[in-house]
Design a protein around this ligand. Structure first.
Ligand SMILES: [Zn+2]
Length: 95
């Protein structure tokens, strides 16, 4: 599977990992631990790594630095995305 982020093709691979997921900017690849494939945790991990990819592609990752990038990524994944999902669901119900 591939996902396009700001025009850049990012490969998504399910592989054995010691963590849930990772994003490698130079390889343009998101890796998800194959043990969680098909679960909600895999979806959440993919969305988390997709945020890292967005920061990498736009150069924000370099500007933020590793620890701040992780904190902002977790905020986007765990706060922004759930709020956006709820809002889109409400808007869909109103249309
Ligand atoms: Zn992360």
């Amino acid at each position: 599977m591939n996902v396009e982020v700001a025009g850049k093709k990012i490969a998504v691979r399910y592989v054995p990992l010691d963590s849930l997921g990772s994003y490698d900017h130079n390889a343009a690849t998101i890796c998800i631990d194959e043990k969680i494939k098909g679960t909600q945790l895999a979806v959440d991990t993919l969305l988390h790594e997709l945020v890292h990819a967005a920061f990498g592609v736009t150069g924000m990752a370099d500007a933020l630095g590793d620890s701040l990038e992780e904190a902002v990524t977790v905020c986007v994944e765990q706060v922004y995305l759930p709020a956006a999902r709820k809002l889109l669901t409400r808007l869909g119900e109103e249309c």
